[in-house]
Design a protein around this ligand. Sequence first.
Ligand code: ATP
Ligand code: MG
Length: 138
Amino acid sequence: MSDTTLTIIKPDAFGSGKAGRILAHLEQEGFEIVAARVTHLGVAEAGEFYAVHRERPFFGSLVEFMTSGRCMPIVLRRENAVAHLRRVIGATDPTEAEEGTVRAIYAESKERNAIHASDSDENAAVEVSFFFPGTDLI
Ligand code: ATP
Ligand code: MG
């Protein structure tokens, strides 16, 4: 059970000035910020990050969205980080997200849904290295 996970404040939320409030929400949930950067993803980079969705009908639109502006990848630490962050962000579609979750509060739509979170310990390790190469997860 990994204590480290990766989140991204996506371009919709970052571009509309919600990063500070989202970070406060995550800190209130007991997450410590281990590393953070602000970046503007290129098409190849966004496509590689979401490669698992390459065959999905929404892939092109997702890449367009993720490259539409700056975003903020962040490494977070907390006990049971991966599972807890998934609970805190809520369902992919904000209309289905539980009240009080980050997506219920800040997401605009199923695509423009404010925040990413790693979905397994294995993917957390891969995603942390993707944005923060050389970061020691231990
Ligand atoms: P993320 O991986 O960003 O944390 P998730 O795990 O909740 O989100 P995924 O199924 O992995 O959801 O989809 C990745 C992202 O692709 C979603 O967060 C959303 O931005 C977009 N997406 C997913 N499904 C759809 C859809 N049906 N229509 C439009 N966009 C979608
Ligand atoms: Mg996902």
